[in-house]
Write a protein that binds this ligand. Structure first.
Ligand SMILES: [Zn+2]
Length: 222
């Protein structure tokens, strides 16, 4: 259901967002009522989760529809669009290929930014092959337009970004891809943390890194 085509109906997209929220919440990638999820509809509008609601307990009629300028197209009187809507719209405006955006608060990946560490892009081959470097933005006040500003320089070339002392932003051609990127950054961040607890952190050998980067660049261009 999360691996949907561009021609998905609005009702199926609503179901996909509910499912994505449930998975992210149960995996502790979004705690409390943190995080937000959006998807691009076939007509170009964006379906987005409301503000102040747990993403683990969404209903299909909770989501709102906005256009790329942030104008509310469809809503309910008791719902406000996510306060992070400007950040989601920044992604859709810059990336025509993106149809889903997930902003989460993953524990280990966010901890890296609190500790002032760089993202460990070179410790696991699958990270080099799929994401490469994950940039960490400047600090921005959550729920303000600042979040859109700090991702602006990076989103053209990255499917995953960490927001300093806040969380993550991942995107893809559907919610499955955005969630896969989110799970991957959290997985490597946790392994890196555990390795640091044990002592030395080994990097992928430089020759192997070059090969993986070459393979990633080939698949990114396709
Ligand atoms: Zn947030």
């Amino acid at each position: 259901m999360l691996n949907f085509p561009a021609s998905i109906t609005e009702s199926d997209l609503r179901l996909a967002i509910v499912e994505c929220g449930r998975i992210a919440y149960e995996r502790h990638l979004m705690t409390s009522n943190d995080g937000n999820i959006s998807a691009r509809m076939e007509n170009g509008h964006v379906l987005i989760t409301p503000s102040g609601i747990s993403k683990g307990r969404l209903n299909t009629d909770d989501m709102l529809i906005v256009d790329l300028d942030g104008n509310i197209i469809s809503s309910r009187p008791d719902r406000e669009p996510s306060s992070e809507t400007p950040m989601h719209l920044e992604v859709y405006r810059q990336r025509e290929d993106v149809r889903a955006v997930v902003h989460a608060h993953p524990i280990f990946a966010t901890t890296l930014t609190v500790a002032g560490l760089e993202f460990p892009a070179d410790v696991l081959p699958e990270v080099l092959l799929t994401l490469g470097n994950v940039p960490i933005t400047a600090y921005a006040t959550p729920s303000s337009h600042e979040d859109a500003e700090v991702i602006r320089p990076f989103i053209k070339d990255h499917n995953a970004i960490l927001l300093r002392q806040h969380g993550s932003l991942t995107c893809g051609k559907n919610l499955d891809e955005a969630l896969i990127h989110l799970e991957r950054i959290e997985h490597v961040a946790e392994i890196y943390w555990r390795a640091k607890m044990l002592g030395e952190v080994k990097r992928v050998p430089p020759e192997a890194q070059a090969r993986l980067i070459e393979l990633r660049e080939k698949s990114f261009k396709r």
